[in-house]
Design a protein. Structure first.
Length: 278
């Protein structure tokens, strides 16, 4: 019988890697991960997994103590953090996806490394099929202008893969993905739909406060009560969870055609009118 030479002890410093490992049925190999991994993938707590610092604050001693044969982290990261990872001496896989194609590549790479290539390909196919199904449902529909942000101060537009998902959900992405912008620049575009998905904020983005603070009361999205918060992990975790983000985007952009899923919150019409009248 051949020995299994694939990594058995994985330290995941990136939530997307943890979600991918769960999707391909290899979560039991994660012996240490970050608190953010546990938030996105709570079932990891069933394995007695140690909590360690993330990709930005990696600590050599924590990694060494876990005795991993593979560390997965995200890039770009602070130079000190990558030094800490490399000092551990463990095999290291760095992820830096920008597009959906990059994400599919990361899934295939992780699946191949841990000996689950077939399952990885299945996960990729399922994601692609889910995205294509939504795209087909919005074919022929009018594509309203949609602004998605992943951070509020400074104001930063969501990643390129989110722009792709907005297109699949029947919208037109406003501005340049992953770029810093200004409240004035977005107001000048007058988007019909606003989506806030702040990194680390879950579904707690203060929609009414950002409208008031930025002077967006007269924006079309606000006047039509089409201001939404989508859970952070649904759009900012480059993993199979993006399918949930896609469905939330579709419901925000074409509410008449898609049911409102969990993880999508809309500003109330009453509050929207109150902001406009102030």
């Amino acid at each position: 019988m051949l020995s299994d030479h694939t990594p058995q002890r994985v330290v995941s410093l990136q939530p997307s890697a943890t979600v991918i490992l769960a999707a391909i049925g290899k979560l039991d190999r994660v012996i240490a991960c970050t608190k953010y991994c546990a938030e996105v993938c709570p079932e990891i707590t069933n394995y007695g997994t140690t909590i360690v610092a993330d990709s930005w604050t990696a600590n050599t001693n924590e990694i060494v103590a876990a005795s991993p044969d593979l560390v997965i982290a995200a890039v770009p990261y602070q130079e000190k953090a990558v030094t800490e990872i490399l000092k551990s001496g463990a095999r290291f896989l760095g992820l830096a996806p920008k597009t959906l194609a990059d994400i599919y590549g990361d899934i295939a790479a992780i699946a191949g490394i841990v000996g689950a290539l077939d399952r990885g390909e299945q996960v990729i196919r399922e994601m692609q099929q889910a995205i294509e199904a939504v795209r087909q449902q919005t074919t022929g529909a009018r594509h309203p202008l949609v602004f998605c942000e992943e951070w509020g101060k400074p104001l930063i537009a969501s990643q390129p893969w989110v722009a792709e998902l907005v297109g699949a959900a029947g919208g037109t992405f406003a501005g340049a993905p992953a770029k810093r912008t200004s409240a004035e620049a977005i107001l000048s575009q007058n988007p019909e739909v606003l989506v806030a998905a702040w990194c680390g904020a879950g579904d707690r983005v203060p929609l009414e406060k950002i409208i008031r603070d930025r002077g967006w009361e007269e924006m079309r999205a606000v006047r039509e009560s089409r201001v939404y918060c989508i859970r952070d992990e649904f759009l900012n975790t480059p993993a199979p969870t993006l399918v949930q983000g896609l469905r939330a985007l579709a419901a925000a952009i074409h509410p008449q055609d898609f049911p409102q899923p969990d993880g999508l919150r809309c500003i109330s019409r009453t509050l929207s009118k109150k902001l406009i009248s102030q």
